[in-house]
Design a protein around this ligand. Structure first.
Ligand SMILES: [Zn+2]
Length: 167
């Protein structure tokens, strides 16, 4: 007897249906470097590990439209690498967003002005970024913690590498 409870997976991405293009297949992301990236609430945002200190993470974002950006530690200390242009954390965040969502989706979500078809790589986005816009890290960071809890529930008893920041 067929199991009526079996979930049916449906591709909800109407845009790829409409365009007739095959759905984007995400590349393998570097979750050690960027454990969390999302397109949410007019921001491409996420959490980026510090290159040098395993116990420190940075919260970084780009705003849609203006492409204003900011980067700080999860304790709201400004990132020292921000000098009027995106720091290495923001560059990593962008790389991982492109790996996860594809360049077309990232460009569309960020509402980058001009001919979007001319934007093929991260290097095409960076010259179009705006200015620094100080925002508290707490909202993004709490979404990251929520995401970790979700992982914990969904997965097995295997240790979660991201949790090593909090020990
Ligand atoms: Zn930074």
């Amino acid at each position: 007897m067929p199991n009526a409870q079996f979930p049916i997976l449906i591709n909800m991405d109407n845009s790829s249906f409409a365009s007739g293009k095959p759905a984007f297949t995400p590349e393998k992301r570097n979750i050690n470097k960027v454990p969390f990236v999302e397109l949410f609430n007019d921001r491409l945002q996420g959490v980026v590990s510090s290159g040098s200190d395993l116990n420190r993470v940075y919260v970084s974002f780009f705003e849609t439209g203006s492409l204003d950006f900011y980067c700080s530690t999860n304790n709201n200390r400004p990132c020292g690498g921000l000098r009027g242009r995106p720091c290495k954390h923001l560059l990593s965040l962008l790389d991982e967003a492109i790996a996860q969502y594809g360049i077309e989706e990232v460009v569309r979500f960020l509402k980058i002005s001009g001919d979007q078809s001319q934007i093929a790589t991260r290097s095409d986005i960076i010259p179009r970024t705006g200015g620094q816009k100080k925002q508290p890290a707490s909202e993004v960071f709490s979404r990251f913690l929520h995401y970790l809890r979700y992982l914990e529930l969904e997965q097995t008893n295997e240790p979660i590498p991201e949790m090593s920041w909090f020990v």
